[in-house]
Design a protein around this ligand. Structure first.
Ligand code: G3I
Length: 346
C-alpha cells in the first residue's frame, strides 16, 4: 500500500513540498510522505526570490531542512529551479542606478547564483531543473529578461554553469504544455543546441498541469517518445489535475476580498462521487501510459501532497476549492489514489 513501492521497478514517485511539511509541523504529513514517495522537490523554497532575495543575502535555512529530510529518508532530491523568468527579484536585472544590467554582468550574477546554490548542495541534491519555461506554446523563445539582456544562449550558459557547480547532479530542462507540437519542437531545438555545443543535459521535465479531458493521452505519448529519442531521460513533473471551470471562464477580475462566484467554485463542500470517479479514471489512464513507457520515464512527481495545499486553490483566481491530487484535505487517500495503485498492477 505504498505508491513508490508499487512503482519501484518502473519510476520514482515524487512530491513537491513546502517547508512546513518537512519541518514536522503537521503530524499526519511526515509518515504519509515517507510511506508513498521516494523523491521530493521544493515547491517554492529554491526559487531565486526565496533563496537569494538580495545581492548578498542567501536564505538557506529552510532549504537545509528540506535537503536533510530528503537525505535522512534516502529520497531522490530535485532542485527547482535555477533560472526562470518568474520569481526573480528586480535587482538581478538592474544596476545600482536602476538601469538594465549588461550581458557580462548578468551572466556573472547567474554564475555566482548557480555556483553558490547548486554548489552548496553538491552531492545531496540529485537533479536540477536548471532552466524552467524558456520556450513559448506557439514555438520560439520566451522574451524574458534573461533572453532580452543575455540573448538566446542564456540557456546554454545556465547549463554550463550548473554542470560546473554540480558535476554529480543530473541536469534538466523543465516546461509546461510540452505536448503542444510547436512547443515540443521548440524544446527539441533548444536541447539540440546544447548537445551540439557539447553542453551536458540529462533529462527533460514535462510539467503536467492537466485538465480532466485535456491534453489527450496520445499527445502526451508523442512527446514522451520524441524527448526520449534525443537520448534524454524523461520526467513527468508537476502532476495535478484541475477540476474547476477552465481558465477562459475563470479569467475574470474579482474585486479584492470579494467571494468567488459559485459558478467558478462549484464544489466548496465536497466533490460529488461522479467527479471522484472521473478523476480516478483520468489518473488511471495516465499511469497506464507512464507504465507503458517506463523504459523512458525516470520519475513522476505530483505538484503537492494533498488538495488543501495545492496551488490550484489560488490559480487563476484566489480562494477556490480544488481537488487535483491523490489525498484530500484530511490527508485521506481518494479514489484517485486507489486507481493509481491499481494501475501499477497491470
Ligand atoms: O507564502 C506567501 C504568504 O506568506 C503570503 O501571504 C501570500 C500572499 O500572496 O503569498 C505566499 O506565497 C505564495 C506562494 O506561492 C506560497 O503559497 C506566492 O505569492 C505565490 O506566488 C506562490 O505561487 C507559486 C508559484 O509557482 C509561483 O512561484 C506556487 O505555490 C507554485 O505551486 C507554483 O509552481 C510553479 C512551478 O514553480 C513552475 N511551473 C508552474 C507551477 C505552477 O504555477
Amino acid at each position: 500500500n505504498s505508491l513508490s513501492n508499487s512503482y519501484l521497478h518502473d519510476f520514482k514517485i515524487g512530491v513537491a513540498l513546502n517547508h512546513s511539511q518537512v519541518a514536522g509541523e503537521i503530524p499526519r504529513v511526515t509518515p504519509l510522505i515517507r510511506q508513498h514517495f521516494n523523491s521530493i522537490t521544493p515547491e517554492n523554497l529554491l526559487k531565486w526570490e526565496r533563496v537569494h532575495p538580495n545581492p548578498d543575502e542567501y536564505n538557506f535555512t529552510p532549504v537545509d531542512t528540506f535537503v536533510e529530510f530528503g537525505v535522512e529518508n534516502k529520497m531522490f532530491i530535485v532542485g527547482h529551479t535555477l533560472v526562470w523568468h518568474s520569481q526573480v527579484p528586480d535587482w538581478v536585472f538592474e544596476t545600482e542606478n536602476g538601469e538594465a544590467v549588461g550581458r557580462e554582468e548578468l551572466l556573472q550574477r547567474m554564475r555566482n547564483h548557480i555556483q553558490t546554490v547548486a554548489g552548496r548542495y553538491q552531492g545531496r541534491i540529485d537533479g536540477w531543473d536548471v532552466v524552467n519555461e524558456a520556450v513559448l506554446d506557439e514555438g520560439g523563445m520566451r522574451e524574458s529578461k534573461w533572453y532580452e539582456l543575455v540573448g538566446e544562449d542564456y540557456v546554454q550558459k545556465a547549463f554550463q554553469y550548473a554542470g560546473e557547480a554540480a558535476p554529480d547532479a543530473e541536469l534538466y530542462y523543465n516546461d509546461y504544455n510540452l505536448w503542444i507540437p510547436e512547443k515540443r519542437e521548440a524544446a527539441i531545438a533548444l536541447v539540440k543546441s546544447l548537445l551540439e555545443n557539447n553542453i551536458r543535459i540529462d533529462g527533460i521535465g514535462m510539467q503536467a498541469h492537466l485538465k480532466i479531458d485535456t491534453p489527450s493521452i496520445e499527445m502526451m505519448e508523442e512527446s514522451i517518445i520524441a524527448f526520449s529519442e534525443l537520448g534524454l531521460k524523461v520526467m513527468i513533473t508537476e502532476l495535478d489535475i484541475d477540476l474547476l471551470p477552465r481558465e477562459e471562464q475563470a479569467d475574470v477580475e474579482l474585486p479584492e476580498n470579494s467571494p468567488v462566484p459559485d459558478a467558478l467554485n462549484p464544489f466548496t463542500e465536497n466533490l460529488p462521487d461522479s467527479m471522484h470517479q472521473e478523476l480516478a479514471d483520468r489518473y488511471s489512464a495516465l499511469f497506464e501510459l507512464f507504465k507503458k513507457h517506463s523504459d523512458k520515464i525516470e520519475r513522476v512527481t505530483f505538484w503537492g501532497l494533498n488538495d488543501g495545499q495545492s496551488w490550484l486553490n489560488n490559480f487563476p483566481i484566489r480562494g477556490r476549492t480544488n481537488y487535483p491530487l491523490l489525498f484530500d484535505r484530511e490527508f485521506e487517500a481518494k479514489p484517485a489514489f486507489e486507481a493509481v495503485l491499481e494501475a501499477a498492477k497491470d
